[in-house]
Each structure stands twice: as structure tokens, then as C-alpha cells.
Design a protein around this ligand. Sequence first.
Ligand code: G1P
Length: 268
Amino acid sequence: MLPLVDKPTIQYGVEEAVASGVSNLILVTGRGKNAIEDHFDVSAELETFLEARGKLELLEDVRKVSNLINVSYVRQGQPLGLGHAVLITQAVVGNETFAVVLADDVIDADPPALRQMIDVYEQLDGPVLAVERVPESDVASYGIVDIDPELLLPGVHRVRDLVEKPAPNEAPSNLAIIGRYILTPDIFAALEATDADHSGEIQLTNGLRRLLQSRPIYTCEIAGVRHDTGNKLGYLKAVVYFALRRPDLAEPFRAYLDSLDLTPASRT
Ligand code: G1P
């Protein structure tokens, strides 16, 4: 729920899904995350208040949020990993292809990242993982993919193997999974058969590795800019980036940044 400029980070992911043609959203939440449900819910009191005060522009903004999409919620009682979070949506997803968005990865892209991936899915008819090259020092923070060199479509390869958060000397490449997946319903059986790792979590990467034994999986390098808001520096960069992308803020904000001088002498 941390805002990037004036919207919670999660809303960027939701808007990307909507702009990509997704119409049903399942949010996996947990204890203490009620603010997320409230944010995407109809806020009757606030709407009445804004209407009475004649704040019609703000009213429209508030309605836009609750009208975005058809949202349902699944609660993950214990933090047992990303694979487990996906597995508990099975009853709601049913026997359909679906997308997973990890909203702390915020991607500015046109067409939206998820749309680029859906286009790949429609052509190759298999699961698609969004990937990006990362510095070697960062491979231990990601699922890392080994790909077949043959280029199938622009930015698209077949996965040869994948491993969750490898040590840098054991990583098969520096191609990292970023938080977008198009998954087919056979991932559920693969996740059910996947053991928890040493930290007690069921990893989606390990479920995908199992699924790879029975069908091809593809990678898609996203044309766009990704920010990892899950760490402090990444979050700060994202705030600055999205503020500079805003027509109403770009000019005064850039002038402010240019004028910043934090040397002690300038403060005396
Ligand atoms: C998760 C996945 C990892 C992926 C990453 C992308 O890790 O387990 O494979 O590369 O998201 O952000 P987490 O960031 O939850 O530790």
C-alpha cells in the first residue's frame, strides 16, 4: 500500500492487468492486509462526503478505483511461499490460463508488460515468464533461468532450466524472472507435487521446474522499465521516476531535484 506519488504501489499492478485485458482479479492477502481490500472496495461514506462537498473530480478518482475490475480475495493463513500463494487460488481460478502479478515489481511499458506476455502466450500456447538481465551480484535475489539460444519471437526463448535464488557461482545465467507470469492450470498439480524448500516455503520456481518436464515454458524479455519497489533504493527510484513521468509534476519536481544542495555549508 506504500504510495508511488499518489497511488498505492499495488494499484499500478492492477491497472496494468486491466490495461492488458484482464477482467477478474484475485488478490492473495494475509493477516493485517485489510487496507488492500478497503482500497479496492466501494467507499460509500467517502463518495457521499465528496458528492455533498461538490468535489466531483475527486469523486471520479475514487470511483475509478472501485470500478477497475472484478476483485475477489483469497487469504494465505501462513506465509508458506509464492508457490503456495498460487496454489490456494486453484478453487477460484479453475481450469483456465491465468496471470500472476507480483505488484512490488512495477513495470512502465507500452504495451503493458502483461499484454506483451499474453501476446506471446497466444502464439506459443504455453506458460510465459517475464525476464530481465540483472547484475551478477543480484542473481541470489531472483529465480534464474537457463534458456535455449534459439530466438522464437522477438525477446522470446524456450526455458531449458530454472533455479530459485542460486548462489552467484551456481547460477546458470544472469537472466532473472521478474514478477509477471502467464500460467496454465497444470501448474497446480505441479505445485501440489513440489516439496517445501529449506526455509519451509513452496517456491513457484520449483513448481515450474517440475512442469517443465511435461511441457515447454517460454521467457519474454519485457520492453519497458522495471522498478523493484521491494527494496528501499528501488522504491525511492520508482517514486522519482513516476513523479517525473507525470505531466503536472515533472517540471517543478525536476527543478527541485536540480536545485538540491545538501552540503552542510548551504544550510548555514
Ligand atoms: C519471487 C520469486 C522469484 C522472482 C521474484 C521476482 O521472489 O520467488 O523467483 O525472481 O519474485 O520479483 P521474492 O521477491 O518474493 O523473494
